[in-house]
Design a protein around this ligand. Structure first.
Ligand code: GLU
Length: 486
């Protein structure tokens, strides 16, 4: 068996979509699982679609996601160049196209635009496709040569017979057979001398010894034409894995508007890279055991591409959020804090110890933007109703709360040490004296200092962060509020 070699072959046309990242990830995992090589090849032959800066996005994304390539434009592995526009300059595509012309598997076409526009079109998968009528296939050899010598513009087309069928194999879809009559004589070399993506892809995958190709199933309809090229050259085709479409929760194509189209969009929404990668790995693939959290290393261990499913993969935002929360819980505190700090600063305007607040929210949030709703009261106590002091289980009422807060105030005024432990001790002493349950005291204090039913920490943890002055101000305000409203 030859060494497993996979490639991610993006066209630099913009942001890296979730679907692209999934192909890249699967290619990476297949190679690494088998101890093979993972290669990056830039497919930039479609100059019209080229977007400035898109190549940098590809590098940045791959790097961030941890998908290190063994070979690529910046890392020669003996199969270069790794950028198609540079490969073109070596003459590799033209040579191969000419080889096919010799074999009768391709032909020069000199038809002008005006003529092509008059040809019949067919609707294939919703797109209007022109079926070339093979007129130039019957040009006498001398005429072709004369045209070439005269510098007449030309393209080279694949010669697909009108009869018979073509069969190719896909790992997920099995054998697929199509009628040749449905396949158009696609262009291999364009009039500007560039190869089409379709042709360059085949020549490159073969000459770069690629063993497995993973791509979106939008390429499934072109696969028979690729198969015919492999056969015409007498090459063995790589293992094809065409991945099912990723849809949103409404079974629609992922869109920019719904915010989960690209890796960068997800990062902007505050998701952590490891969670995104883990989540994307499970978009169409499932491990043997029923488990969901995998580091990249663990994915490499577990990734068996035979377990990729062909049913459409649904991008479930709720699940991604949950997964992200799991990653945040497990994250080393320093790293968490560095990422949380901007969100904390935006949500807590006052000069509190943000690290302490971060430690409180770390296990409670799913994504960083959740921070705001958990910590907003540190800035200011929100408007609240005194009915919040009534808690059935804690057996508290607004009246009992007023009594507790009044009795506690002098003790808290006299208290110097506002650490969580010291304050907790103080409150427990009071609980003992009163002979009541903890919650009977903790609930009103926490409500008074936060104005919220749910807080990321207990009463005394919050007071430690707020400090003596602010805590007392809030407790006094609560007493005043209760007195006024009762
Ligand atoms: N350049 C193609 C793309 O970006 C690659 C498809 C393939 O992997 O063959 O979609």
């Amino acid at each position: 068996m030859s060494k497993v070699r996979t490639r991610y072959a993006p066209s630099p046309t913009g942001k890296m979509h979730v679907g692209n990242l999934r192909s890249a990830l699967y290619e990476f995992l297949i190679a690494k699982h088998a101890g093979g090589d993972f290669m990056l090849r830039i497919e930039d032959t479609d100059q019209e679609r080229f977007v400035e800066g898109a190549t940098e996005i590809i590098y940045r994304t791959m790097d961030k996601a941890g998908l290190a390539h063994d070979e690529g434009p910046d890392k020669d592995g003996g199969f270069g160049p790794y950028v198609q526009s540079e490969r073109m300059k070596t003459g590799i595509y033209m040579e191969h196209a000419k080889e096919l012309v010799e074999k009768g598997e391709a032909y020069y076409c000199f038809c002008e635009k005006e003529r092509l526009e008059t040809l019949k079109t067919e609707i294939v998968e919703g797109k209007e496709i022109m079926m070339y009528d093979k007129r130039c296939l019957s040009l006498p050899k001398e005429e072709v040569e004369a045209n070439l010598a005269a510098g007449k513009p030309f393209v080279i087309r694949q010669n697909i017979p009108k009869e018979g069928t073509t069969t190719f194999h896909d790992e997920l879809y099995g054998d697929i057979t199509v009628e040749n009559a449905e396949l158009d004589d696609m262009i291999l070399i364009k009039s500007d001398g560039y190869p089409t993506y379709n042709f360059a892809n085949v020549v490159d995958d073969h000459t770069m010894n690629i063993t497995h190709v993973v791509r979106g199933n939008e390429y499934l309809s072109s696969a028979p034409k690729y198969q015919r090229l492999y056969d015409a050259f007498g090459w063995e085709s790589p293992v094809y894995i065409h991945l099912p479409l990723i849809t949103d929760e409404n079974h629609k194509k992922l869109s920019k508007r719904s915010g989960h189209a690209s890796f960068e969009d997800l990062l902007e929404q505050g998701f952590v890279t490891e969670a995104i990668v883990n989540f994307i790995a499970l978009l169409g693939w499932s491990p043997e055991e029923n488990r969901e959290i995998f580091s990249l290393e663990e994915l490499i261990q577990e990734f068996d591409y035979h377990r990729i499913s062909k049913s459409p993969a649904v991008f479930d935002m709720v699940k991604l959020k949950w997964m992200n929360g799991e990653y945040l819980k497990a994250m080393e505190f320093g790293k968490f804090y560095a990422m949380a700090e901007p969100y904390l600063k935006a949500a807590v305007s006052k000069d509190y110890d943000l690290e302490k607040i971060a430690a409180m929210v770390k296990t409670r949030i799913e994504v960083f933007p959740d921070i705001a709703e958990h910590v907003d009261f540190f800035g200011q106590v929100p408007e609240y109703s005194i009915s919040m002091y009534a808690h059935k289980k804690m057996k508290t009422t607004p009246e009992s709360s007023l009594e507790v807060l009044r009795e506690l105030l002098p003790r808290l005024e006299a208290q110097e040490d506002y650490s969580n432990d010291a304050l907790y001790g103080l409150l427990l002493n009071y609980v003992k004296e009163k002979g009541c349950k903890n919650g009977y005291v903790m609930w009103p204090v926490r409500t008074a200092v936060s104005g919220k039913q749910m807080t990321p920490g207990g009463a005394t943890e919050l007071m430690e962060v707020l400090g003596k002055e602010e805590s007392l101000a809030r407790l006094r305000a609560a007493v005043a509020k209760l007195e006024q409203e009762l």
